[in-house]
Write a protein that binds this ligand. Structure first.
Ligand SMILES: Nc1nc2c(c(=O)[nH]1)N[C@H]1C(S)=C(S)[C@@H](COP(=O)(O)OP(=O)(O)OC[C@H]3O[C@@H](n4cnc5c(N)ncnc54)[C@H](O)[C@@H]3O)O[C@H]1N2
Ligand code: MOO
Length: 453
């Protein structure tokens, strides 16, 4: 069955696409308006309750709105944290060298510090890393030296231990030619005191923490993480054991906190509120978080309380549905000054889609992180598209290709659990070899986000 058949059979397109992806496909198909599918609207089967799809925001625009929403918030004051605690945070001030690096002339090798041409008379003592200023060398003299030790004054080069031989009368001979200054790291080779090592806005990776410590820092001035409260909605959710009697395990409670943290947030609370409208209202009204993330309850079922709650508190809806599959009922609202709410749909892969579409740009901007470089890779196999909406599908990166994964239905996590990225499939689908934009999953990027600290 193709996606087109699915529409005609009045079957949910998203579910049909998840199945169709397992089957051989033709090339991409342009949107095909029909009598009951207006050119700018969804197929009849997918007109959301109260026909909300007409005001759904195109996917790229939804991401831009989320970014702008974060920019409209007042910046919170920078704070000072120990170098060890700064991982994953963003520098609020330039990292300026507090010392020359190296801070003294140092030996790059184990061997001898020598003065003038050889052979050399070897001094009895030696110089180790951490020793205070060693005694000056005189011409024709050598002293044993360790990597990282201070170079005695008037040293002309370091002779590596494997390139020296002790001859008659105990004199040291070089077995290789050596250049003046060889294997000496001069003071200030890497930086001079006052040099800017990293600009404000730099994400503090493990390497950046190492650099900061080397450059003399004990504490760093960073932007605070945006504070996020997670509200998990749904009476049907169990927190342990096997699904039973219509109840299912909560898949989002265990998944989202670490993911939100990888996106730059501090998750201050996770509340499971069931489907109690008043509890949701109270939780939103009393929250002092920068961002409230809800899961479930975004559609128009009898216990879908997110829209009514937003109306009740007088929130401004910035995005009310997005032209993306899965996840189209996702929403973004400004609940009050400097506070937003992202409503993630309850279907787990739809929630991931909302995480990338609305939460990631918002949190990234609030956290002061730069947008990741956009990149793409060719698809190894064709992928069905939605006729009008963007699709996000889990892919594995294999060699130079993005390989679409099965089990990509809105309620499924089996595909994304083995994925490296989400591929952005344009309306109409993509053919084999077509380059698609990829959104890296936090654990697949070779960067700070792998740390999930
Ligand atoms: N008449 C319509 N019904 C639905 C539409 C629509 O357009 N018209 N859209 C469908 C789509 S698409 C999605 S996505 C969902 C969005 O629903 P909600 O955000 O209101 O979420 P719920 O109804 O609460 O749950 C949907 C589904 O997900 C399961 N769920 C919820 N939370 C969790 C969790 N934490 N862990 C695991 N699974 C969860 C829940 O049990 C439901 O099966 O609406 C469709 N309906
Ligand atoms: O199909 Mo829904 O799009 O699961 O979000």
């Amino acid at each position: 069955m193709t996606a087109q058949d699915a529409e005609e059979l009045d079957v949910d397109v998203e579910e049909a696409l998840a199945v169709a992806n397992d089957r051989p496909v033709r090339g991409p198909r342009a949107p095909r308006p029909t009598d009951d599918t207006p050119a700018d609207g969804p197929p009849a089967a997918h007109r959301a309750p109260k026909d909300t799809h007409h005001r759904a925001t195109p996917w790229p625009e939804a991401r831009a709105v989320a970014e702008r929403a974060a920019r409209s918030c007042a910046r919170r004051s920078p704070l000072s944290v120990t170098v060890e605690d700064a991982l994953g945070l963003v520098l609020a001030a330039p990292l300026t060298a507090l010392t020359d690096l190296p801070s003294f002339d140092t030996s790059a090798m184990d061997g001898w510090a020598v003065a003038g041409p050889g052979p050399w008379a070897v001094r009895e003592d030696g110089v180790l890393a951490g020793n205070a200023e060693p005694e000056r060398l005189t011409d024709g003299e050598a002293v044993r030296i360790a990597t990282g030790a201070r170079i005695p004054l008037d040293t002309t080069a370091v002779l590596r231990s494997e390139h020296g031989r002790t001859g008659e009368q105990g004199r040291l001979h070089a077995t290789r030619d050596m250049a003046h200054g060889q294997d000496i790291r001069p003071r200030g080779q890497e930086c001079r005191i006052g040099d800017q090592l990293l600009p404000p806005g730099t994400l503090l990776t493990p390497a950046a923490l190492g650099l900061a410590a080397a450059a003399g820092y004990d504490t760093l001035t960073v932007l605070p993480r945006p504070r996020v409260e997670l509200l998990v909605l749904g009476d049907e959710l169990l927190t342990e054991g096997l699904p039973r009697e219509g109840l299912i395990r909560d898949a989002l409670g265990p998944m989202l906190p670490s993911w939100l943290r990888a996106l730059g947030a501090e998750v201050t609370a996770v509340h499971r509120l069931g489907d109690a409208a008043d509890a949701l209202y109270e939780a939103v009204r009393s929250s002092s978080a920068d961002l409230i993330v809800t899961t479930g309850g975004t559609a128009a079922g009898p216990v879908d309380h997110v829209h009514p709650t937003l109306r009740r508190i007088g929130a401004e809806l910035l995005v009310d549905g997005v032209k993306v599959r899965p996840g189209h009922p996702m929403l973004l609202a400004r609940t009050r000054e400097n506070q937003h709410l992202v409503g993630l749909p309850g279907n787990p892969l739809a929630a991931v889609s909302g995480l990338f579409t609305l939460t990631e740009p918002l949190l990234r901007t609030l956290a002061g992180r730069a947008a990741p470089e956009r990149y793409g890779m060719p698809l190894r196999e064709a992928v069905h598209g939605h006729p009008y909406d963007t699709r996000l599908i889990p892919v594995a990166l294999r060699g130079d290709d993005a390989v679409p994964l099965h089990y990509n239905g809105p309620a499924m996590l089996r595909g994304i659990a083995t994925a490296d990225a989400l591929a952005v499939v344009p309306p109409g689908g993509a053919r084999p070899g077509q380059e698609l934009e990829l959104l890296d999953l936090p654990w697949a990027t070779a960067g700070i986000q792998v740390c999930f600290t």
